[in-house]
Design a protein around this ligand. Structure first.
Ligand SMILES: [Mg+2]
Length: 342
C-alpha cells in the first residue's frame, strides 16, 4: 500500500470570517492510497478557527504518519496517535476506507453500513442578515427544491433574530423544515428568550444556542425547541457525554473534524442508541471531503436533511461538485467515494 500527498488551496467565492480568522481559501492535502490497481482518497484540510491544528502542522503530521506506516508500523496504531490531529486521522482513515470499499466493489456508504440509503436530502443555509434578505434567500432556496432550511442566528440582536425567524417561516410556508444554528452566540438568557419567542414557528432544532455541552444541556431542560451540539462535541467521547445528559436531541457530526468515517459512524450509532438524531455536515471540504460526508450521511440511514450543500462556496474544487436536484444528492453506482480524480 503506497500513500501519496497532494497539497491544494481552493479559493472561496466569498471570504468568510470565523471567531479567529478570515478565510479566503480552503487549503489542505489530498491523501491517496494505491495498491494492486485500487485507489482510495482522503482529505486533510483543518479549518482555521475551528480545528486544533493548522495546515502546516497537519502536513508535517501526515508525512510522519505515512513514514511510520511505510516503516512497518501498524496502521491502527498510527491512527491512535492522531487523537489531537483529527483532520489528519480523517485523511488517512478516509483514504483507506475508500480503498477498502472500492476493492470490495461497494460504495463507501454500503461499506460503512449495508443498509445505507442511496440518496441523501440536504439543507440550504440562510446566513445572518436583515429579515427581508433572510426571507428572500430562504424563498429562493425553496424555489430550487430544498425542503429543509438551516438559518444562522446569534449574530444579530435577539429582537432581529425573532423577526428573521418569523419572516423566514412566512416566506417558506408550513411544509418546509426550519432549523436554527446560533454557533454559541447567545447568552443563556438571550437563548431562552429567543427560543421561547420562536417556538410557534415550528423549529425542528437549534444548534449550539449557547457554548459548551453543560450549558446547552442546562438550557435543554427548559427549551421549547430541541437542541443540538456541534462545535461543543468534537470527539466521540464528547458526543457520548452530550447524549448522556439526556437533554440534547441532535448531534451534528463533521466526519473530517471527528477523525474520519469510522469515528463518524461511531458517533452516528451512539446518537441512534440514545434515541437522538445524527446530522452530518461538511467543514466546507473539497469534493473529496464532501463525498466522505455524503457516504457517512447515507450510511446513517435516516430520511432527514444533512449539511452537505457547501460546494458552491468554493470557486474551484478537486472533483466535480455533486449534483443537487430538488434538495437531494443521489449516490452513484460506482464503488468507494464514486469519484475519479485527474
Ligand atoms: Mg453548526
Amino acid at each position: 500500500m503506497r500513500f501519496s500527498v497532494t497539497p491544494f488551496d481552493l479559493a472561496l467565492v466569498v471570504p468568510f470570517t470565523t471567531a479567529h480568522a478570515t478565510v479566503s481559501s480552503r487549503s489542505g492535502m489530498l491523501v491517496t492510497v494505491i495498491d494492486g490497481g485500487h485507489v482510495g482518497h482522503g482529505e486533510v484540510s483543518p479549518m482555521p478557527g475551528w480545528s486544533p491544528i493548522d495546515t502546516d502542522r497537519a502536513g508535517a503530521l501526515l508525512l510522519s504518519s505515512i513514514t511510520a506506516v511505510d516503516a512497518g508500523r501498524d496502521f491502527d496504531d498510527v491512527l491512535d496517535d492522531l487523537e489531537d490531529a483529527p483532520e489528519v486521522r480523517a485523511g488517512l482513515a478516509g483514504a483507506v476506507a475508500d480503498f477498502a470499499a472500492r476493492r470490495r466493489g461497494l460504495s463507501l456508504a454500503q461499506f460503512l453500513d449495508p443498509d445505507a440509503l442511496t440518496s441523501v436530502a440536504v439543507n440550504a443555509v440562510v446566513g445572518s442578515g436583515a429579515p427581508v434578505q433572510s426571507a428572500a434567500t430562504a424563498r429562493e432556496a425553496v424555489g430550487r427544491g430544498f425542503a429543509t432550511i438551516k438559518m444562522k442566528v446569534g449574530v444579530e440582536s435577539p429582537e432581529i433574530d425573532i423577526r428573521r425567524v418569523a419572516e423566514v417561516r412566512e416566506a417558506i410556508g408550513p411544509g418546509v423544515e426550519l432549523r436554527l444554528d446560533a454557533n454559541g452566540g447567545w447568552s443563556a438568557r438571550d437563548a431562552q428568550r429567543v427560543l421561547d419567542a420562536v417556538a410557534l414557528y415550528d423549529i425542528s432544532f437549534c444548534e449550539e444556542p449557547v457554548s459548551g455541552i453543560d450549558a446547552i444541556a442546562a438550557l435543554g431542560a427548559s427549551s421549547p425547541i430541541p437542541l443540538a451540539v456541534d462545535e461543543s462535541a468534537r470527539t466521540v467521547d464528547d458526543v457520548a457525554r452530550a447524549l448522556g445528559t439526556g437533554a440534547i436531541d441532535v448531534v451534528v457530526i463533521k466526519p473530517q473534524a471527528i477523525g474520519g468515517p469510522d469515528l463518524a459512524m461511531r458517533a452516528v450509532r451512539l446518537a441512534l442508541e440514545f434515541g437522538a438524531t445524527p446530522v452530518v455536515t461538511t467543514m466546507i471540504d473539497s469534493g473529496v471531503g464532501v463525498r466522505h460526508a455524503l457516504h457517512v450521511a447515507a450510511a446513517a440511514g435516516l430520511p432527514l436533511a444533512h449539511g452537505l450543500a457547501t460546494a458552491a462556496m468554493l470557486a474551484e474544487d478537486l472533483a466535480e461538485p455533486l449534483r443537487i436536484i430538488d434538495g437531494v444528492i443521489t449516490l452513484g453506482t460506482e464503488s468507494g467515494l464514486g469519484v475519479t480524480l485527474p
